[in-house]
Design a protein around this ligand. Structure first.
Ligand code: SF4
Length: 186
């Protein structure tokens, strides 16, 4: 039986660590990654996370596609206000690009490391994944990866990956404690 070719959306190296460990233990899955996170602000933060994804790619021996698109102006102009609206947009943007790329590149299935995080709206991510499965006619490999979150984070810490302090977008940065102790100069 041939391995399932899976395209994995990677939001960050710490989340991907637990997910990849779980997927590898399932066997029969050939994993490639895609780092597409236009939500992240500022660009230094995007770069810090990307560097760790590159380390993870070497450590796990998986290929990763990188897309450096950043959309802070869109976030500022259109997504102020209700967190639920901006997060739904953010999930849809990334999962749609994932499904579309997976289909175009001949993968068998797609999934996302967003499904490992206890801080994200897991049910909404699952629904969007199912919608994109239908829209692009490609399997969404849904799993509840949350039980592997802590183990993945610990492993990421020991490997020296960058551990981010906020979700990613400009609003999540402003809502975090780091607004009071800036880590970047904009
Ligand atoms: S809080 Fe996180 S999931 Fe929501 S819009 Fe911002 S970066 Fe995206």
């Amino acid at each position: 039986m041939r391995n399932t070719k899976l395209l994995l959306h990677i939001c960050c190296a710490p989340c991907a660590t637990g997910v990849i460990k779980k997927l590898k233990s399932d066997g029969s899955i050939y994993i490639s990654g895609i780092y597409y996170n236009p939500n992240i602000h500022p660009s230094q933060e995007h770069q810090e996370r990307k560097v760790s994804v590159d380390l993870l790619s070497n450590d796990e021996n998986i290929d990763v596609l990188y897309d450096d698109t950043l959309m802070v102006d869109y976030w500022k102009e259109n997504l102020k206000g209700e967190k639920v609206n901006r997060c739904d947009f953010c999930y849809t943007l990334r999962i749609e690009q994932l499904a579309k790329t997976a289909k175009e590149m001949g993968y068998d299935a797609f999934t996302t490391t967003l499904l490992v995080s206890p801080w994200q709206n897991h049910e909404k991510i699952q629904i969007i994944g199912q919608e994109m499965q239908k829209k692009y006619d490609i399997d969404f490999m849904y799993q509840d990866f949350r039980p592997f979150y802590r183990e993945g984070k610990n492993l990421a810490y020991h490997r020296g990956y960058y551990l981010q302090k906020y979700c990613g977008c400009i609003f999540s940065y402003e809502e975090s404690d780091h607004k009071k102790k800036p880590i970047y100069t904009f």
